[in-house]
Ligand binder design. Structure first.
Ligand SMILES: C[S@@+](CC[C@H](N)C(=O)[O-])C[C@H]1O[C@@H](n2cnc3c(N)ncnc32)[C@H](O)[C@@H]1O
Length: 245
């Protein structure tokens, strides 16, 4: 049974680049936008996710020390695991689906919930969405999404609120790789179900995370997504795009 992404997989001992001063020894919540941007740029490289080669993202790889920190080491310097520095299997599958089926979002208002790097939001915009809001509560995501939107020449709005329970009338709601935590999954299932019931198209990309609410979902498409072995204990994850009913 596949569980969640391995947030403790940042194993190793190489320090994060200490020349990017503002992050070390301070809470990520106090970062200025410039400091957050500098940190993202300094600790990532511009890389195309393997299943979505049309898009480039600032991602961590073996060349960057961010990749090597353990979760405890990150916490000690005021950082959460950098989910925004990876293109998760669920997001890659969902982004692939949008690019291959642009009619799903063309001309529509779109929310990419839990956007991380912004991958799914960028795919939606490239597929012709009228407007896209990327939402995430991680303090680095605004900077990561802004850098990644610029790298792909698209406009993406960003919302750092926890939107669960809110409804701003989005026509399409997208969520890549969000069912890795029980409490989050329970909140999400109710909210996404309500958005679907009032007429939004709600699509989820998921590689078999533990808390996926399968009984509420209809399978739309499956993809074999190359992933990072250190994070997933696999080279490829079978990833499904599901629709909330
Ligand atoms: C596994 S990552 C997936 C990122 C991206 N969707 C992808 O597929 O590459 C999960 C993301 O969920 C975000 N997240 C968790 N709880 C959230 C909440 N209540 N509101 C918004 N984002 C949340 C995390 O900050 C993280 O960026």
């Amino acid at each position: 049974m596949t569980s969640g992404p391995k947030s403790a997989a940042w194993a190793g001992s190489t320090p994060i680049r200490s020349d990017v001063r503002p992050v070390v020894g301070t809470s990520a919540k106090t970062l200025s936008p410039t400091e957050a941007s500098a940190f993202v740029a300094a600790n990532t490289g511009l890389i195309a996710p393997p299943h979505v080669p049309e898009i480039v993202l600032h991602l961590a790889d073996e060349a960057h020390a961010l990749w090597l920190k353990t979760e405890d080491e990150l916490e000690a310097i005021g950082l959460q695991p950098p989910f925004w520095a990876f293109a998760w299997a669920g997001g890659q599958g969902l982004a692939r689906h949008l690019l291959d089926h642009p009619g799903i979002v063309a001309g529509k208002t779109v929310l990419d919930f839990a956007t991380g790097s912004g991958l799914v939001a960028i795919a939606a915009r490239k597929a012709g969405a009228a407007a896209v809001v990327a939402a995430d509560i991680d303090p680095f995501c605004r900077a990561a999404v802004a850098l990644n939107a610029t790298a792909n020449d698209v406009e993406i709005a960003f919302d750092d609120r926890d939107l669960i329970g809110l409804d701003e009338g989005w026509q399409v709601v997208l969520a890549g790789d969000v069912f890795y935590d029980r409490a989050l999954a329970e909140r999400l299932s109710c909210w996404l179900g309500r958005l679907s019931a009032r007429g939004a198209l709600v699509l989820v990309g998921d590689p078999g995370r533990s808390y996926l609410p399968r009984a509420l979902l209809t399978e739309i498409a499956t993809y074999q997504v190359p992933v990072t072995r250190a994070l997933e204990d696999a080279e490829v994850k079978r990833t499904t795009v599901w629709r909330f009913d």
